[in-house]
Every structure is written in structure tokens, then in C-alpha cells.
Ligand binder design. Sequence first.
Ligand SMILES: C[S@@+](CC[C@H](N)C(=O)[O-])C[C@H]1O[C@@H](n2cnc3c(N)ncnc32)[C@H](O)[C@@H]1O
Length: 246
Amino acid sequence: MTEADPNGSVAAAEESICALYTELALHPERDFGWGKGKENARLLGYEAHWLDLLPEAVWESAAAVGNPFGLGRIEPGMTVVDFGCGAGADLCISASLVGECGWAVGIDLTPAMTAKARAAGRLMGLCNVEVRGADMTAVPLADACADLVISNGAINLSPAKPCVFKEIFRILKSGGRLWFADVVRDGTEEPSSSGSWADCVAGAVAPARMIVMLARAGFADAEMVAFTGYCTAPTTIGATFRALKP
Ligand SMILES: C[S@@+](CC[C@H](N)C(=O)[O-])C[C@H]1O[C@@H](n2cnc3c(N)ncnc32)[C@H](O)[C@@H]1O
């Protein structure tokens, strides 16, 4: 427990997140009560090409909330950073799209997930993938190193979302983009007082709140693009967002 977190609630949330996503990495066959795996990705609009190309070991532990690749075009040579990369599905797609002159870096808190994402890169023979075990609020990357930050179902899990957006802003180049899919609160500004934090319920905020946090971090043109149909509880829904670092 820290002075800033006298009840240890942040530490407890982090512990429950690591426990749940370790379980998803090691026992993906389990029913977690929310969409996961290749069929979930197909329903969210991932191209058939990617569903076929990525190894089963990657898709089995994927927990996508939306399809960030529908938000724009990734060009060869770009540096893409995936916040909360999990087992590495979006990371490996990004690495394939940026090619050998580009770079794809995954960030995740859960050691079993970072191990799986590294194995995914090796399995696909990708030489432009790097995975760092880190919290999204303190990413071991230099200022202005990324052309694009993506994220899928991870930012809602952070109790410190403004710090996550500040960190994304810091590592993006000027003109860099943020595209992400996340679980949001359906139809109300009120934060959820109940529901599991790790299952993407308690940490979900309304889309308008997300836009305010993005603007406060310095982003321009922050917008919610669409709802994705994904849900983790009757009060939540998946949504995609885009923003620009001026
Ligand atoms: C719902 S899963 C989604 C994983 C991946 N993006 C996907 O689409 O399959 C959320 C991931 O975010 C990671 N995560 C949660 N909080 C984090 C934090 N504060 N810093 C880094 N990673 C975090 C978890 O370990 C987990 O792998």
C-alpha cells in the first residue's frame, strides 16, 4: 500500500488483473463469461486473412473488444506500440503490416501474457517484434518514438487512465495517432460502483469521459468512432476511439 493508495485498492486491482489474465494465458479453454478467441475476433470484424495467419496459440488467449485495424491504415516502416498487448494478436498483425523496416512493441503487465506474446512473434518468424513487461502508466520507451499506439480492452483496466493517456501522448511523435477499442459504460456518466475490475466492468467509464481525458492529455480530434457490440455486463459495451497528437 502507498500513501496515495491507503486502501491498497490499486494494488488489489492489479493483483486481480494479473491473476485473471494469467488464467486466460494458461487456460484459455475456460469459460470466462465474456467473448474471447478467434470466433470473437471474427465477430468484431477482423479480416479472415489474419484469422488464418496467426497461430491458434495466439487467438486462443485473445480478448479483443473491437478491431483497431478498422480505424485507419498502418503503413510499412511505422513504429506501432500496443498497450496491454495480451497474447500478441494485434501486436503480430501490426508487425506484419509495418514490415521489416518497421517495429511493433507490446506492453503488458502480466508475465504469462508477455511470454505468450514473445512466443507468438517467434512462432510467426517476426524479427520486428519486442515485448516489454510494464505498466501502461510507466512505459520503458523514449519520448516521441511511436507513429501509432493501439490498445484493445486494456485501458479500462487501469485505475489511472489519465496517466495512461499522458504516457501514450509522451511516446507518440507529433502527428502520431492513437486508435483503440475498449469497454465503456453504456448510457451513463456515472462510474460503476460494482462489478469485477479485472473482467472489464468496474473500470469502464462513459465514452464522453474518455474523450475528456484524451483532450486533457493534449490529444486533438478525439472521437468515439463506433460501438462494437462486445459486452462484459449489462452496463457495458465495446467502443472504438481515435485521437491525434498535434
Ligand atoms: C482484455 S486483455 C486484452 C489483451 C489484448 N489486447 C487482446 O486484444 O487480446 C487486457 C490485457 O491488458 C493487460 N493489462 C491490464 N492492465 C494493465 C496495465 N496497467 N499495464 C499493462 N498491461 C495491462 C492485461 O495483463 C491483459 O493482458
